[in-house]
Design a protein around this ligand. Sequence first.
Ligand SMILES: [Zn+2]
Length: 350
Amino acid sequence: MTSAATARSLVAKHGAGEGHAVTRSTFGPITLSRTTRHAWLLIVGVALAAPAWTAADQEAHQAAITFDDFPGGEALACQVAICRRIANALKAQGIPAVAFVNEGQLYRKGEVDSRIGILRDWLDAGLELGNHTFSHVGIDSVSLPQYEEDVIRGETVTRMLMAEKGRPLRYFRHTQLRTGPTTEYREGLGTFLRNRGYTVAPVTVDTQDYMFAAVYADAKHRGDVALQGRVLDEYRAYVQENFSFHERLAVEVLGREVRHVVLLHVNHLNADLIDELLATLKKRNYSFMSLEEALQDPAYARPEPTTRKGWSWIQRWILAEGGEARPEPREPPWVTDAVGALTARRRSDR
Ligand SMILES: [Zn+2]
């Protein structure tokens, strides 16, 4: 698939309404537009070197890393390289990770064995695989039995590969982090997953990496180095802002930090930046653990609300107590527009 097709499929998968369609964020008592906030950060950064609201950044944090939509929809050679770079970086640093598979992505004419090979490479690096449904099915568009069928269809190869390593297939990640449009659906699916031996993999630090990645991949394929650089700079700033936001939100809701579960995707952007990303998190005082260890945090036993949106679990804990979800940092408007333009261009090409 071309990079633009990837952009299209990513946008189609994740949609604009995944629960983050807010361009304003609240930092303590101050609510600022993104532009104003960036200007503010610059001013305070210059004046004080350490803006007051980054005090929490210095605390010790813990996180498990996860990747969704594995093995990804790029052209085979690209996808092999992307997944290897990410797996090698994690392995070299001894950082565990779970990649959630859409087995539907394995079935490309003449490429099935090679794409299954990407999954094997991941396991050979000592990393783990989970189920993310066969076709990345949208929970709002199918009945519970249909969704369950897509879960079952999505575990065939993954379960076999895990068994070859003597390991059980144990984690499930909902597509778009949507757990079911009604309480009946959500609880029914929860029971089904438990009975099938799955533990649901929640997310506390959700990212819009796929939006940046769509623009980045297109620029990379077109050899537009300037645009790649621009996306990288924006993504770096976004990563810092997004981690700050979720760290502070956890403290606000729980009175303490949580063992975070970070959601990323396997794409050119994260492959090119993986070492820097991990270094950034280490500089933020992160230590890494397996998903199993992270989920031992008692916060994950807190009640979950029924919501149609793919919120971070921290936001769900707020909703469950009758509160309102907070506006999350998201990609700058020009990235949203660029992804929109890519999507439109692909549509007219068809
Ligand atoms: Zn996904």
